[in-house]
Design a protein around this ligand. Structure first.
Ligand code: PLP
Length: 410
């Protein structure tokens, strides 16, 4: 018999108690076990374009390969100069005023910068307004930084636009920032200029920082118009997040950036804090920074995927069409990004744990979705599906979900 090790267990820090990232949570762990047993899993759980045949533009790869020998040393902690200059020019094209090279920091994906931006801002107990549903890294990063994520509601009845009254009602003396994800993950909403102006008015009145996560800014459908927050938020501090993972299908490169705009003169100390954190990780991955200039300045092949006849648009429409055939399932048509966030009518289906539902579907059909509650959506009545697979495969997966759901029919 093995002798029991009587030493104390090694326990994770209390800082992690409020931190949760269920997109890669228990259901994914189960999927990984099934894969180890030899099952093939269709992964509709994460927005990872390349494995579905969405390859990055060739000129970017060629450029990085050609220049890779130049990427052996550290760079300045804010990042490579030509990359930051290209991002500055992008700001000029987007009419975001008053952005200089010094206002741009490159990171290992937007993810790293979300963590840094919160760590640099928040004291224990400070509050950040985060959407519900959200991209859960935001809630996790706020909590990790000792802050408290306070969720404002997005309204499914109004194309998933944020409820401004709810947002206003949740501002307290501890509120420091508002997170705006536009185009939105998971809902696909693309916000109007009028809505952004209302959010900026709240930020102005209560001296809040705006965190604008715009990683899907180039993935738009049906003539949706994307308005950059930095263009509107001229007199409050705006931190815009963007990167190469989605629009340029380079998620594996881990390349993202932040742009500081608006009332930078009020934020000198905060910016020194960001600088400090950027210095502590020395610099971001240099080969990935080599890709930025070509990506932003080159041919924007993403447009071929989202315009009529484009693969992403076609797949979105196929998924919407199949979902509409399932009784009691409804879905707001996404105007941007790569996700659907359908609702299941629980007066028609009997279940009260959406994670269990998604786990049972995985076990039965070997298809991986994410339960709505993973996006800090309180009611267990939504799920998220990534529309990256080819239309036929997507249709089959949704048909299977519809059939699976009938086991719960009231
Ligand atoms: N923000 C949103 C809204 C996302 O959906 C994602 C990835 O899915 C990220 C940030 C993280 O992106 P990155 O690959 O740049 O870390």
């Amino acid at each position: 018999p093995v002798k029991k090790d009587k030493r104390k267990n090694i326990i994770k820090s209390e800082k992690l108690l409020g931190v949760c990232y269920d997109i890669r949570g228990p259901v994914l762990e189960h999927a990984n076990r099934l894969e180890e047993e030899g099952h093939r899993i269709l992964k509709l759980n994460i927005g990872n374009p390349a494995p579905f045949g969405f390859e990055a533009p060739d000129e970017i790869i060629t450029d990085v390969v050609y220049n890779i020998r130049e990427a052996q040393g550290y760079t300045a902690s804010r990042g490579l100069f030509p990359a930051r200059k290209a991002i500055m020019h992008e700001c000029q094209r987007q009419e975001i005023p008053n952005v200089e090279i010094e206002d741009i920091f490159l990171g290992n994906g937007v993810s790293e910068l979300i963590v840094m931006a919160n760590q640099a801002l928040l004291n224990n107990g400070d509050e950040v307004l985060v959407p519900s549903p959200d991209y859960p890294l935001w809630t996790a990063a706020v909590n990790l930084a000792g802050g408290k994520a306070v969720h404002y509601m997005c309204d499914e009845q109004s194309d998933w636009f944020p409820d401004i009254d709810d947002m206003r009602s949740k501002i307290t003396s501890r509120t420091r920032a508002i997170v705006v994800i536009n185009p939105n993950n998971p809902t696909g909403a693309v916000y109007s200029q009028e809505l952004l102006e209302q959010i900026v008015a709240l930020a102005r009145e209560h001296q809040l920082v705006i965190f604008a996560d715009e990683i899907y800014s180039k993935i738009l459908y049906d003539d949706a118009e994307f308005v950059p927050m930095g263009r509107i938020a001229k007199d409050v501090l705006c931190v815009t997040f963007n990167g190469l993972s989605k629009s340029y299908r380079l998620a594996g490169f881990r390349s993202g950036w932040i742009i500081l705009s608006g009332a930078k003169h009020l934020a000198k100390d905060y910016i020194r804090g960001i600088d400090m954190l950027a210095s502590m990780r020395l610099c971001a991955n240099v080969p990935a920074m080599l890709a930025v200039q070509t990506a932003l300045g080159g041919y924007q092949s993403i447009n071929e995927l989202i315009l009529p006849g484009g693969r992403l648009l076609e797949q979105r429409d196929a998924a919407i069409e199949e979902l509409a055939k399932i009784p009691g399932v409804s879905c707001v048509v996404p105007k941007g990004a790569i996700y659907l966030f359908p609702k299941i009518d629980r007066t028609m289906y009997d279940f009260d744990d959406d994670q269990q539902l998604i786990l049972d579907f995985l076990i039965q059909e070997k298809i991986l979705l994410v339960q709505g509650t993973a996006f800090n959506w309180k009611q267990p009545d939504h799920f998220r599906i990534v529309f990256l697979p080819q239309a036929d495969q997507l249709r089959q997966a949704i048909i299977k979900f519809g059939e699976f759901l009938q086991q719960y029919r009231i």
